[in-house]
Design a protein around this ligand. Structure first.
Ligand SMILES: NC(=O)C1=CN([C@@H]2O[C@H](COP(=O)(O)OP(=O)(O)OC[C@H]3O[C@@H](n4cnc5c(N)ncnc54)[C@H](OP(=O)(O)O)[C@@H]3O)[C@@H](O)[C@H]2O)C=CC1
Ligand SMILES: O=CC(=O)O
Length: 322
């Protein structure tokens, strides 16, 4: 058996593959492979471990229909046409649970940093604009006892809700398609409609997957319903919000601030206005980027791949479109 690995991985993945006698080609250049290169290397493989944002659309999957498995090193699978993968009998694996804490840490970090304009103040030191003490300048807002609205209270959303509830006594409200009874019991979380979530939250944190239904949820209309002191956090996917509408809402002071780990286009342009706003903190999609979490993701991705190649039940198979 031979596989293609689209980015160098933590060593645990290679140990597991070596134990099974599975050989591999690793793309170790510091630019992503082109679609043509991906096809060429995958045609020689029985499976792929994919750590790349490449779109596996119907056309690409048809060309790679010989593959037994595509094992993702991510929990999100919005870059894969799952229906097409089913049609061509290619199994898809992903990495839920093992990255929930680390990703929620980044959501929490962005919330705290945004509420205190931390990245703006850091830039003042670097730019030499520290200046004199200003009793009324660059002030943040506090989180104690405020209301956190979670859009997508699943595994990561729950970890974020726990942190905010225990650290700041925040009240938790949420909107999903189905209710999360465990979170209701544990955190006294309240299920609300989308309109109530927008109107009642002091902080909205987006944690749903990117799907046809959730794309563009946070648009002009949604920002218009939010409190003028509200903070918007997105560690889900950039396309959950409409970037220009977010920029307008911040400029028009319809909302107070935003913390983003994700962008519509990644990498985002260095002239994106969001990178230069006082009330916005941005990170380059690093939700799962700790040594421990990335090792767990690599391990699970390798186990998913091995199970699929051997015809066993995969530890974490993507079974249906969300
Ligand atoms: N920034 C980063 O580095 C990372 C980002 N992510 C992103 O976080 C996402 C969530 O991951 P995880 O928490 O593990 O996933 P889960 O499946 O555990 O949670 C997703 C939640 O979203 C809800 N949801 C799905 N569709 C809708 C909808 N149409 N409207 C409202 N709620 C919806 C689901 O509830 P229900 O089904 O009841 O609607 C569920 O509660 C990933 O898909 C990925 O995009 C993940 C890891 C790292
Ligand atoms: O964005 C990362 C993921 O795991 O999904």
């Amino acid at each position: 058996m031979h596989i293609f690995i689209t980015r160098p991985l933590p060593n645990i993945a290679y140990h597991l593959l070596d134990e099974e006698g599975i050989t591999y080609t690793i793309w170790d250049k510091d630019v992503p492979q082109t679609r043509e290169e991906l096809i060429e290397l995958s045609l020689k493989a029985d499976g792929i471990i994919n750590a790349d944002a490449s779109k596996f659309d119907h056309d690409l999957l048809e060309k790679l229909a010989h593959l037994k498995v595509i094992s993702l090193t991510s929990v999100g699978f919005n870059n894969i046409d799952i229906a097409a993968a089913k049609k061509f009998d290619i199994k898809i694996g992903h990495t839920p649970n093992v990255l929930s804490q680390a990703t929620a840490d980044i959501a929490f970090l962005l919330l705290l940093a945004t509420s205190r304009k931390a990245f703006f103040h850091h830039k003042r030191i670097i730019n030499g604009t520290w200046g004199m003490f200003q009793p009324t300048g660059g002030l943040g807002i506090e989180l104690y006892g405020k209301t956190l609205g979670i859009f997508g209270l699943g595994k990561i959303g729950l970890e974020m809700a726990r942190k905010c509830h225990h650290a700041y006594g925040m009240n938790i409200i949420y909107h999903n398609r189905t209710s999360n009874e465990d979170a209701e019991k544990e955190l006294n979380a309240k299920y609300v409609t989308m309109d109530e979530l927008l109107k009642e939250s002091d902080v909205i944190s987006a944690h749903s997957p990117l799907t046809e239904q959730t794309k563009g949820t946070f648009n002009k209309d949604a920002f218009g319903k939010m409190k003028s002191k509200a903070i918007f956090i997105n560690t889900g996917r950039g396309a959950l919000h409409v970037e220009q509408d977010l920029i307008d809402a911040l400029n028009n002071k319809q909302i107070w601030g935003a913390g983003l780990d994700v962008f519509e286009q990644e990498p985002t342009s260095t002239v994106n206005p969001l990178l230069y706003m006082e009330n916005v903190c941005t990170l380059p999609h690093i939700g799962s980027a700790t040594e421990e979490t990335r090792a767990r993701m690599a391990e699970l991705a390798a186990k998913n791949l091995i199970a699929a190649l051997k015809g066993y039940k995969m530890p974490a198979e993507v079974k249906k479109v969300m």
